[in-house]
Write a protein that binds this ligand. Structure first.
Ligand code: HC1
Ligand code: SF4
Length: 584
């Protein structure tokens, strides 16, 4: 620990802290732009400069460590003038079409200008001319980029994809893929993590709002919507709630109020996924253990950012992926077949919208693998942020809505489906069902939570011994099932390297493309709460624990759809509609 003085007040701080961190801990806020708590220490914007006694120049407080006896001033005339000049220089090369910018009133640059008290922009220099680079998931508008490099940090250090970097030098510096190639043509996973940290309107999701309004206004269409698990613990933040607040009932009500004909729940299909993926795991295990041979470990396939990553980085390992489509494309396929038949409409009449925490889902729905007879399973994906924008545009007072249920028959789900939205959740949901089907007994963990795979660690593992299985599963007797869970593409890389070297000890692996799982997907509300991930995680566990039915195989609507339509898990019909194959 060291003693230092900030703004005349003596404080004690850990010697590894920066001035910015020590000040924050003592309730002194230092303005900043490029800083990312816990991650980013580049010091590119210099807005956080402070005076340190004895130093000739102003120091970037996010980069300068505290030391014994240090005297710091965060608010002198010199500091305030310097910050304003730095800010005005940023504005001199910034596209200031603020009123028509998606980030208007939700822009960290605007907010900073207010904090610094900037009322004029004195410098109008040469402006760098930048064109817009739009892909199916992500749009880059570099005329708005302030070169803070937050996106570079998450893309390289958190996701390990290395797509975005600073190219060129000085005034010509631009943040882009190598050789300024369009983002849709490089190894971008479309995870959207860069869009979450961008402080301005330079990186954002590709807009689907107009497409969805058009569908809602088209009388010839029957428009069904579905909502991903992670949306229900995050969208409330857009309306003033604490992160992790469960707003499922209001969410369903807002979708009815927007005019969707059917308001279904992706969670129903998450339960269905467990039936299909659990069965696939048992088939693969049987083949592997009885000498027929099969590919293990099996890896989950519901995260499209992860699918894109494995296709780019490990194309020779695609046979490890489960053949299951992701839950929302499974549900889209059922809406356009099973449900359309029930209400006597053709699949072409149906328009399916998915509300997702994810930007990569916009890419996923355009894939050939997610079509049946040339018809896409899902027609449009809105991010959580986009749905909130539509609710506001429609003048719906979200917080005053009474709670409503999702519609049947594709709206009921168990607690197992809720936890799909957090890291470890798909695995836990699968184990709840597979263990019970195999042994006839409930999974032996307190509250059904597989403790070793709960939490936000990058890689988590668990071992579960199968003893005295039911007769049909004799081949599993005495087997210790080994599983691993990871989230974020850097974690995926660790587990894939083991597989590539033939050293993976696991039977089943869950990979989610974003750190923490879908709760922190690239389409979720931006938050400055450092505990946002754990709060949303707790929210989903609470939603799960609050349900009477917490295992996918207990969902009565799942039993009914197999009886009425799909026959049994992994049937011919299921394969036709709910499974796919990824090939090199
Ligand atoms: Fe996800 Fe999934 S959990 S991928 O994270 O398998 O996006 O929430 O909808 O499809 O169910 C995302 C979340 C989501 C799918 C499900
Ligand atoms: Fe990098 Fe993900 Fe952004 Fe692509 S979407 S540039 S992989 S952070």
């Amino acid at each position: 620990m060291v003693k230092l003085i900030i703004n005349g007040k003596q404080i004690v701080a850990d010697e590894d802290m920066t001035i910015m961190e020590a000040a924050k801990e003592n309730h002194i806020s230092i303005p900043n732009l490029c800083y990312l708590e816990g991650i980013h220490k580049i010091g590119s914007c210099r807005i956080c400069v402070v005076e340190v006694k004895g130093a000739k120049t102003l120091q970037a407080s996010c980069m300068t460590k505290v030391s014994e006896g240090m005297e710091v001033n965060t608010n002198t005339e010199r500091v305030r003038k310097a910050r304003k000049v730095l800010y005005e220089l940023l504005l001199s090369d910034h596209n200031k079409e603020c009123l028509s910018c998606k980030r208007n009133l939700n822009c960290e640059l605007q907010e900073l200008g207010k904090t610094l008290g900037v009322e004029e922009t004195r410098f109008e220099g040469t402006r760098s001319e930048r064109t817009i680079d739009a892909s199916v998931s992500i749009v880059r508008d570099m005329s708005k980029c302030v070169l803070c490099r937050r996106c570079v940090t998450v893309c390289n250090e958190i996701q390990g994809t290395g797509v975005l970097n600073a190219q060129n030098r000085g005034f010509d510096t631009v943040i882009s893929p190598a050789m300024d190639l369009p983002i849709g043509t490089v190894d971008c996973a479309f995870c959207g993590q860069c869009t979450v940290v961008c402080p301005v309107g330079a990186l954002k999701e590709t807009d689907a709002i107009d497409t969805v309004w058009n569908a809602l206004h088209d009388k010839s269409k029957r428009v069904a919507v579905q909502v991903a698990p992670a949306v229900r613990v995050a969208i409330g933040e857009e309306f003033g709630c604490e992160p992790g607040t469960i707003v499922t009932g209001k969410l369903a009500a807002s979708l009815h109020a927007l005019g969707f004909d059917d308001v279904f729940d992706t969670n129903f299909a998450a339960d269905l996924t467990i039936m299909e993926e659990g069965t696939e795991l048992l088939i693969r295990l049987k083949n592997a253990l009885t000498g027929v041979g099969d590919v293990l470990p099996m890896i989950t396939s519901c995260s499209p950012g992860w699918i894109k990553y494995i296709e780019h980085q490990y194309p020779q390992k695609l046979e490890h992926l489960s053949s299951c489509k992701s839950p929302h494309t499974m549900l889209g396929a059922l809406i356009k077949s099973y449900y359309a038949e029930k209400i006597d409409r053709s699949s072409q009449d149906m328009f399916v919208v998915s509300v997702m925490p994810c930007t990569a889902k916009k890419f996923e729905i355009a894939r050939e693998e997610m079509k049946n007879e040339g018809v896409p399973n899902v027609d449009a994906v809105l991010t959580t942020r986009e749905l909130a924008a539509m609710i506001k545009e429609a003048g719906i007072d979200f917080m005053s809505l009474s709670e409503e249920d999702f519609d049947h028959p594709l709206g009921m789900s168990t607690g197992a489906a809720d936890i799909f939205g957090l890291t470890g959740g798909v695995m836990e949901a699968a184990l709840r069902t597979v263990y019970e089907l195999v042994t006839g007994r409930e999974l032996p963990f307190d509250k059904l939570h597989v403790t070793p795979i709960v939490g936000l660690d990058q890689v988590k593992t668990a071992q579960i011994k199968i003893e005295n299985p039911l007769k049909a599963y004799d081949y599993l007797d005495g087997i210790t099932l080994k599983v691993a869970v990871t989230s974020g593409l850097n974690g995926a890389k660790l587990l894939m390297e083991q597989i590539a070297k033939g050293e993976s000890p696991y039977h089943f692996i869950e990979v989610m493309g974003c750190p923490g799982g879908c709760i922190t997907g690239g389409g979720q509300p931006r938050s400055d709460d450092v505990d946002v991930r754990s709060k949303r995680l707790q929210g989903l566990y609470m939603e799960d624990e609050g349900k009477v039915l917490r295992k996918s195989h207990e969902n009565p609507y799942i039993t009914a759809i197999y009886e009425e339509y799909l026959e049994y898990p992994s049937s011919h019909k299921s394969h036709e509609l709910l499974h796919t194959h990824y090939v090199m």
